[in-house]
Design a protein around this ligand. Structure first.
Ligand SMILES: NC(=O)c1ccc[n+]([C@@H]2O[C@H](COP(=O)([O-])OP(=O)(O)OC[C@H]3O[C@@H](n4cnc5c(N)ncnc54)[C@H](O)[C@@H]3O)[C@@H](O)[C@H]2O)c1
Length: 344
């Protein structure tokens, strides 16, 4: 794959920044695009430190059609990985238009710029959220799809747009990757997840409790039909996820086909298991209180990852212990995230 140019949208975000390093390690040239609506320019400094290469980067909003046309004309990418999106489920319920405009408008613009420029290989960040309330576990790719909030709708509608595009023109090769629950950080501790405000996801919240930024964690529901009563999710190390993107691009370049796959470990862990593993990794107490269930939360959700291993030759390597150790290293080295070091 060497010397091919891959354009990453949402490039300074959590998953994309780890994927950037994995793509470079695979010999690809990366061009990043982000508007910093949910990330920091400091990420670019960290990527340069880690890779020894000055990042090629364009600050642009993917919803800005003229800007995207300029970026595509200038860099002529062979493929695109489209990460840019808003991702907070709760916020999507209160601000649905922002989500539809950004997540769908951005995807449409990127596809149109690709079409105009003759680029037909796209990796799309989808989510396990497209399975709604799963009827069967583990969840395989042919499970029924539904959305239970506007964020989920944007992913489901995004998948529909891309399916229609493939039907209309077989020269499009699209990998739709349904991520389960990305956690952890690069082993250097230099990049990781840096949520703005109150974290929406469990592990960054636990990390902030461990480091002393928050007094305790709320466990939403301990009366689910699971082994210990708390919710079960399929946590996947972000570096495994990053490698999944390399495998997906390789597949698009080699096979000239399209694919939709789950990226998960296939292993579910409960909230209490995550708390215990994090307490062990950090050697800190993680105080928690049990709160009522949150509307829309499901008891358990974990992937059947077989298809990704058969079609892409990819499988997750890291377990929960490593996810917690790497997350903790990142949290300790950056107790206030990227911004504090950028402003220092
Ligand atoms: N983290 C998860 O739990 C998870 C799970 C499933 C799917 N996903 C999807 O993966 C992708 C990446 O998620 P993440 O966790 O890295 O999120 P993130 O917020 O860290 O990264 C997204 C990046 O996109 C940028 N962005 C947003 N809108 C933009 C726009 N209009 N123009 C340019 N840049 C824009 C943000 O500034 C941010 O840097 C998203 O599409 C998300 O929906 C994430």
């Amino acid at each position: 794959m060497s010397r091919r140019v891959v354009l990453l949208t949402g490039a300074t975000g959590y998953i994309a920044s780890h994927t950037w390093l994995a793509l470079q390690a695979a010999g690809l040239s990366v061009v990043g695009v982000d508007d910093f609506s949910n990330s920091s320019p400091e990420v670019l400094t960290r990527l340069q430190t880690l890779s020894g290469v000055a990042p090629v980067f364009e600050r642009a909003n993917v919803c800005d059609k003229a800007a995207m046309q300029r970026v595509f004309a200038q860099h002529q990418p062979h493929a695109v990985v489209h990460f840019a999106a808003f991702k907070a489920v709760g916020e999507s319920v209160s601000l649905p238009l922002n989500y539809y405009i950004n997540n769908l408008g951005g995807l449409l613009n990127v596809c149109e710029a690709m079409r105009e420029q003759g680029c037909r290989k796209l990796v799309f960040s989808s989510s396990a959220t497209v399975y709604g309330v799963p009827e069967q576990l583990p969840i395989s790719e042919d499970a029924p799809l539904s959305a239970i909030n506007p964020y989920g709708q944007t992913k489901l509608m995004g998948e529909t747009v891309l399916r229609d595009l493939q039907v209309s023109d077989a020269s499009w090769n699209i990998a739709t990757l349904r991520y389960f629950n990305p956690v952890g950080a690069h082993e250097s501790g230099l990049i990781g997840e840096d949520p703005r405000g109150t974290p929406n996801n469990l592990m960054p919240y636990v990390a902030q409790v461990a480091v002393g930024r928050r007094p305790h964690l709320q466990v939403f529901g301990d009366d689910y039909d699971t082994a210990d009563g708390t919710g079960v999710r399929d946590y996947i190390h972000v570096c495994d996820l990053a490698d999944g993107h390399v495998a997906a691009l390789q597949y698009l370049f080699d096979s000239g086909r399209s694919v939709t796959v789950n990226l998960g470990t296939g292993q579910g862990h409960s909230v209490l298991e995550v708390i215990a593993a994090y307490a062990h990794a950090s050697r800190r107490d993680i105080p928690y209180v049990v709160a009522p269930r949150r509307p829309g939360d499901v008891a358990a959700c974990y992937a059947d990852p077989t298809l990704a291993s058969v079609v892409l030759g990819w499988r997750a390597r890291f377990g929960l212990e490593r996810m917690c150790t790497d997350s903790w290293r990142w949290q300790q080295m950056n107790p206030h995230g990227f911004e504090s070091s950028a402003n220092r």
